[in-house]
Design a protein around this ligand. Structure first.
Ligand SMILES: [Zn+2]
Length: 313
């Protein structure tokens, strides 16, 4: 009854009275809201709070938007995976509540093809710790899951085409080294395209890492496996900082936009869906890699700042 009284008060003040509650916030929590506004369809209205538990948002006043526009909220949050909920807005006071799903565990099999194994292990750990910390910090709804590290350095020396990967013969890599189904496979080799500090992904279940791949490179290559492209290749270099995880060339990668997090979870080609099949029940969306659409936020959309120069947008 108390909640009803507050809603009525909002109506008297002339502000919108539709509400959406996230019922399991772990702290920072944000929404993109879609619906029909008074004048025009609203697409990805941004709201955020920082509160644990049931967090209620006063989202505005919506009626049902017509196709292709959407009646939907996308929730993002600390220690949660982005989650979508249909909101069938009516002319009256609407109230919806939903829970954000648990983070997706990224299961990895890492094939150490090039030794020394202890050095490879050190760099692998660095990459895993970096990816896990970046995802947590960026509310990406991802975490490092089960990790198998397989030492392949004991047998006969692998062919040069495996140790020094160039071109696109991923099938040869699989036949020579191995593949674990339903997981991301990372091959720790000597060089990628002639460079020991480089990595590459086949945008599916395989990643090659040069022996000297630094900590933030693994999260970048996993980002490709999750369908993400370099922002600058889509003309977004000025809108997304060079410290973004997916910047093509960077000495420091630590940020992900909510547009990127959305695609990582909901693009049908993302390994989250195509390899790990980790989001049953959540609909996939074939988003443009950069541009927004009624279901997909623009790639550069941020609920939270990515450094001082890149505020919410
Ligand atoms: Zn890249």
């Amino acid at each position: 009854m108390l909640g009803r009284a507050i809603v009525s008060g909002a109506l008297l003040l002339g502000s919108g009275c539709d509400r959406v509650a996230v019922n399991n916030s772990a702290g920072e929590v944000g929404l993109f809201v879609d619906g029909q506004g008074a004048q025009s369809p609203i697409n990805d209205l941004r709201l955020s709070q920082d509160e644990v538990g049931i967090v209620s948002f006063r989202v505005g006043n919506y009626t049902a938007a017509s196709t292709p526009n959407r009646n939907e909220v996308i929730g993002f949050g600390e220690a949660r995976a982005p989650t979508r909920d249909r909101t069938t807005w009516t002319p009256g006071d609407d109230s919806f509540n939903f829970g954000l799903e648990a983070p997706v565990a990224i299961d990895l099999t890492i094939w150490v093809v090039q030794g020394p194994v202890n050095v490879a292990q050190f760099r692998i750990n660095d990459g895993l710790v970096n990816a896990d910390a970046t995802w947590a910090e960026e509310r990406a709804g991802l975490e490092i899951g089960d990790v198998d590290i397989i030492d392949m350095t004991g047998g006969a020396a692998p062919p040069n085409a495996v140790l020094n990967f160039a071109g696109n013969d991923w099938a040869f890599l699989e036949s020579e080294v191995g593949l674990a189904d339903g997981r991301l496979n990372v091959y720790w080799i000597q060089t990628v395209d002639g460079n020991p500090a480089r990595g590459r992904s086949n945008f599916d279940d395989k990643i090659v890492m040069g022996f000297e791949g630094v900590g933030h490179l693994l999260a970048h290559e996993i980002g490709h496996a999750l369908s993400l492209l370099h922002p600058e290749d889509g003309g977004l270099g000025s809108q997304m900082p060079s410290t973004n995880v997916m910047a093509g060339s960077s000495t420091s990668r630590s940020y992900l936009t909510e547009g990127q997090t959305f695609r990582a979870h909901f693009d049908p080609e993302s390994a989250v869906n195509a390899v790990l099949e980790a989001r049953p029940g959540q609909p996939v969306e074939d988003c443009h890699p950069y541009d927004g659409s009624p279901p997909c936020p623009d790639l550069q959309r941020r609920i939270w700042a990515d450094g001082a120069a890149s505020p919410p947008n």
